[in-house]
Design a protein around this ligand. Structure first.
Ligand code: GDP
Length: 182
């Protein structure tokens, strides 16, 4: 079955987003404590795709060796997953482009792994500011990339963006299915 991997810096709102997308409040544990999602979790959705919850990256408060172990975990996943269709890189919409995220997207690009960006916590900004932040972020990416990845604006607390993300996944799955049948 096709897999879609969700990843981002710790505390970006990944667990909350996964809970929103899956409509199950207690599926992925949320916490204010960074670095709590420590293992790779697979969630079967609609019996036709897997949501893959990858460990967060870029914690400030863990040792170098822990960081290395996590990186290894993440790169192993990306290098071995045959079923991976696309990754979703989560970015807190309030943040300016951060090296750790840009480097990670660069890595995905080098590995030719398709990815989308999900801007999280949109409820923390006013609509005008959301637009401005997304535009600034995209402009920054266009300095390094010829093409922008698909991007989504979400808020887990206000249930924004759920249909867009799930719709994108459903469409992509249909395309894959179509290719397979031809
Ligand atoms: P993770 O470490 O990336 O899994 O992040 P969590 O989902 O545990 O969220 C980290 C913190 O951000 C928690 O305190 C959440 O309540 C908060 N949070 C997550 N998503 C949202 C959101 O959409 N809006 C707001 N206002 N807070 C959020």
């Amino acid at each position: 079955l096709p897999e879609y991997a969700f990843i981002g810096r710790s505390n970006v709102g990944k667990s909350s987003l996964i809970n929103m997308l899956t409509d199950r409040k207690s599926l992925a544990k949320t916490s204010g404590r960074p670095g709590k999602t420590q293992l790779i979790n697979h969630f079967l959705i609609n019996d036709n795709w897997f949501l893959v919850d990858l460990p967060g990256y870029g914690y400030a408060r863990v040792s170098k060796s822990t960081k290395k172990t996590f990186q290894k975990f993440i790169t192993n996943y990306f290098e071995q997953r045959q079923q991976l269709v696309s990754a979703f890189v989560l970015i807190d919409i309030r943040h300016k482009p951060q090296p750790v995220d840009l480097e990670f997207m660069q890595y995905l690009g080098e590995k030719e792994i398709p990815f989308s960006i999900i801007f999280t916590k949109a409820d923390k900004l006013k609509p005008k500011a959301i637009e401005r932040h997304v535009e600034e972020y995209c402009n920054h990416l266009l300095r390094f990339w010829e093409e922008l990845p698909p991007h989504f604006v979400t808020s887990s607390s206000k249930k924004i963006g759920q249909d867009e993300v799930l719709g994108f996944i459903a469409e992509t799955n249909e395309e894959i299915e179509g290719l397979r049948n031809n």
